[in-house]
Design a protein around this ligand. Structure first.
Ligand code: G3P
Ligand code: MG
Length: 257
C-alpha cells in the first residue's frame, strides 16, 4: 500500500495554485506555489463541451479570462483561445487555461501533492466525475500524492466507485449536523470547511471520529495559527508566502500523520 496522502500533506496548501500571487488555476499559479516552497496545491477541474477536463473555477469564463459564456458550452479550442492571465496583471498576459493533463504534467515535474477539486457545472456531476476518473485511470502520475474533493456528493460517490484508492474530501461551507453520516456515506477521509464555520468543538469531534480536517480559504496568519492550534491538518491559502513567514511550523513540508 502506498504511503497515505495525509502523511505527505503539509500544514499549508496553495489555493488554485497560489492565486493571491498569480492568475488562479493556471500553470503560472502552480509554478508560483512551487517557487514559494509550497508542497501541496488545490486546483479546480471542470469539463469542456468536447469532454476535456480543464482547470478552471467558475462555470462561466467571464471573471478569469477575456471571454464570456459557460465553460460547458465551449470546445477546448475555444477555451485555449482565451487569455487567462491579463485580468490578473499584464505580467501574465497570454497565460492559458490548462487542461488537467497539462496541469498534472507540471505538478508531477515539480514534485507537488494535489488536492483536485472536482467542480462540475450543476447537472453535469456524473459526466465530470467519470471523465476526470477516466483520464486519471489511463495516466495516474506515479508517486503523486492525490486527494479528490468536491461539494457534490454525487461526484464523490462516483469517484469512490471508479478510483477507490484515491482518498476523498467532503467540501462544505457550514458543517452539516449529520456530517459523520455524510462522510461515511460518501467514503470521505477528510472534511474541508469554510473558515467562517470552523469551531474548536467541531474540529475536535471530527478528528476524534478519525477524519482529517482542512480549512479554506485562510489568508490571515493569526487565524491560520488558531486553526492549527485547534488541530486542523491543513490550511488552504491564496498566499502561501505569508503563511511560511508567519506561522509557527515545526517543518514547512509535512504534518504529523
Ligand atoms: O477546495 C477548497 C476551496 O477551493 C473550495 O472553494 O470555491 O474556492 O473552489 P472554492
Ligand atoms: Mg476550489
Amino acid at each position: 500500500m502506498a504511503q497515505s496522502v495525509f502523511d505527505q500533506m503539509p500544514k499549508v496548501m496553495g489555493h488554485r495554485g497560489a492565486c493571491g500571487l498569480a492568475p488562479e488555476n493556471t500553470l503560472a499559479s502552480i509554478q508560483k506555489a512551487a517557487d514559494l516552497g509550497t508542497k501541496f496545491i488545490e486546483i479546480d477541474v471542470c469539463l469542456t463541451q468536447d469532454n476535456v477536463p480543464i482547470i478552471h473555477h467558475d462555470m462561466n469564463v467571464r471573471r478569469c479570462t477575456d471571454g464570456e459564456g459557460p465553460v460547458l458550452l465551449k470546445s477546448l479550442d475555444e477555451i485555449k483561445a482565451l487569455d487567462a492571465g491579463s485580468w490578473f496583471s499584464d505580467d501574465f498576459r497570454g497565460e492559458r487555461i490548462p487542461t488537467l493533463q497539462e496541469a498534472l504534467a507540471l505538478i508531477s515535474k515539480l514534485g507537488l501533492g494535489l488536492n483536485l477539486e472536482i467542480k462540475p457545472t450543476m447537472g453535469w456531476q456524473l459526466p465530470t466525475a467519470e471523465q476526470v476518473a477516466h483520464e486519471l485511470i489511463a495516466d495516474l502520475p506515479e508517486n503523486m500524492p492525490l486527494l479528490f474533493s468536491s461539494f457534490s456528493e454525487e461526484t464523490l460517490r462516483s469517484t469512490s466507485a471508479t478510483l477507490p484508492d484515491v482518498p476523498r474530501g467532503y467540501l462544505t461551507e457550514a458543517v452539516p449536523l449529520d456530517w459523520e453520516r455524510r462522510l461515511r456515506d460518501t467514503g470521505c477521509a477528510s472534511l474541508h470547511c469554510q473558515k467562517e464555520f470552523v469551531t474548536a468543538e467541531n474540529v475536535a469531534a471530527v478528528k476524534a471520529a478519525g477524519y482529517k480536517y482542512l480549512v479554506y480559504t485562510v489568508n490571515n496568519v493569526a487565524m491560520a495559527q488558531k486553526f492549527l492550534d485547534w488541530g486542523v491538518d491543513s490550511i488552504i491559502t491564496d498566499f502561501p508566502d505569508r503563511m511560511f513567514a508567519g506561522l509557527k511550523l515545526d517543518e514547512k513540508a509535512v504534518t504529523s500523520a
